[in-house]
Design a binder for this molecule. Structure first.
Ligand SMILES: *[C@@H]1O[C@H](CO)[C@@H](O)[C@H](O)[C@H]1NC(C)=O
Ligand SMILES: *[C@@H]1O[C@H](CO)[C@@H](O)[C@H](O)[C@H]1NC(C)=O
Ligand SMILES: *[C@@H]1O[C@H](CO)[C@@H](O)[C@H](O)[C@H]1NC(C)=O
Ligand SMILES: *[C@@H]1O[C@H](CO)[C@@H](O)[C@H](O)[C@H]1NC(C)=O
Length: 384
């Protein structure tokens, strides 16, 4: 399994599009006007304690089933949940209250309340697997090089030269920031030339060609995080448990990265995704030094979440889930991130805990929020 040629692997997703039930024309990034999430005011908060332990899996999550029994959120709910906290590297934090404008709540939450969906039998798709990307050239090339390691033990994805999207639980447990989030760093895989430290002495037996770049090895180059942003919907208190719909965060880096990043997109319903599949790459704890790539089919969805049966290990939380669609009028496929892999979770289904791999999707509102965090202005975030 581990040695499927990469090009074959990459083309498999294209083939599956052709053999799919939908016409290729349906697989398009439909660019639309998005709502506005505008800052109202920013308040200083007490410094966080940084007392929380890292989270392996969430337990008692209000998953898709539980969401279906909840009423549609009101505009006030949304403004509460989309307010956000900023934590700076000097250990201070602020809360920014927001106004939400131009949102059609009915349409935005359609997938959650659609009763047809709630009666649909959950499908389990075929075999899904992980592929280790060990080829050092591939590791440091697009799209695999957009995956970054978060120093708290998660994965994230570069969404601008200076911004990383990851899961909120990778830095905050719902009550407080993680201990390990105090000195937050992001590791980017770089090919580094391993230079021989020993200077050759003595007779200077030289090889014919000058000896250099003998064995360039991929290794992490670490960068400090300037600040982080998390939506308030993630915090406990608004609801009994953490709000898994809001398990996303943006980290702003001190140093810009030269490599290409991946763009954000709005998650279409899974029927509009080639083979209903998502893709993601991560740094799994059981395969150190490797980037692990997988694709798998979504088996159920609400407006904010997807369940899938990807193989996932500790370390993969926070990865960017991406799909490929075409830009209108273009022939080439374009990858965009449409969600954050939240991880393996225990979901409360009528009082019984069941395990799922949960992903948080980028809705139009989340797109507007994350885009503003990245670009810092509303003008660049009107469509998505
Ligand atoms: C989830 O947490 C509850 C209460 O802390 C515990 O009783 C239960 O066993 C946990 N479930 C799993 C699957 O870990
Ligand atoms: C948002 O926050 C409210 C409380 O203000 C909460 O009841 C609700 O479940 C949250 N989630 C959504 C999707 O609005
Ligand atoms: C911490 O950093 C923020 C952002 O750079 C700044 O606004 C704030 O004044 C700083 N606070 C302290 C106590 O240094
Ligand atoms: C699970 O859901 C039931 C209602 O369906 C609720 O009574 C119970 O408290 C929930 N358990 C957890 C751990 O969230």
């Amino acid at each position: 399994m581990a040695h499927v040629p990469l090009l074959l692997l990459l083309s498999m997703s294209i083939l599956s599009v052709i053999s799919g039930t939908l016409q290729i024309d349906d697989y398009i990034w439909h660019i639309k006007k998005v709502p506005l999430v505008v800052s109202k005011r920013t308040l200083s908060l007490e410094n966080p304690k940084f007392s929380a332990e890292a989270i392996d899996e969430l337990n008692g999550t209000c998953g898709i089933e539980c969401q279906r029994s909840m009423p549609m959120p009101t505009l006030t709910d949304l403004e509460e949940n989309f307010s956000y906290e900023t934590m700076y590297e000097n250990g201070t934090r602020t809360l920014t209250e927001v106004l939400v404008r131009g949102v059609d709540i009915q349409t935005e939450y359609e997938l959650t309340t659609n009763t047809v969906h709630s009666r649909r039998k959950r499908q389990v798709y075929g075999l899904d697997s992980r592929f280790s990307i060990s080829d050092k050239q591939f590791i440091t090339k697009f799209p695999f090089n957009t995956a970054v390691r978060i120093s708290t033990g998660c994965t994230g994805i570069l969404v601008s030269p200076k911004h990383v999207l990851t899961a909120a639980h990778c830095i905050h447990d719902g009550n407080d920031y993680l201990k390990s989030a105090k000195k937050l760093r992001v590791g980017v895989m770089k090919l580094r030339t391993k230079r021989s430290n020993k200077k050759r002495k003595g007779k200077g037996k030289r090889s014919k060609r000058p000896k250099r770049d003998v064995d360039p090895k991929p290794s992490f180059q670490w960068t400090r995080v300037k600040h982080t942003q998390i939506p308030k919907g993630w915090f406990k208190g608004l609801t009994d448990n953490v709000g898994v719909d809001y398990d996303y965060a943006i980290l702003e880096l001190k140093r810009s990265q030269k490599q290409k990043h991946m763009e954000l997109g709005i998650s279409p319903p899974f029927k509009k995704m080639p083979s209903g599949r998502i893709h993601f790459s991560s740094f799994d704890d059981d395969r150190p030094g490797l980037i692990v790539y997988r694709f798998c089919s979504i088996s159920d969805e609400s407006s904010d979440l997807v369940y899938q049966h990807c193989d996932a290990q500790a370390g993969s939380s926070g990865s960017g889930m991406y799909i490929r669609l075409k830009e209108p009028g273009e022939k080439k496929w374009k990858r965009k991130i449409i969600g954050v892999f939240s991880g393996h979770q225990w979901v409360n289904v009528s009082g019984v805990q069941q395990d799922y791999n949960v992903g948080v999707r980028i809705t139009p509102l989340k797109y507007a929020q994350i885009c503003f965090w990245i670009r810092g202005n509303y003008a660049d975030c009107q469509v998505g």
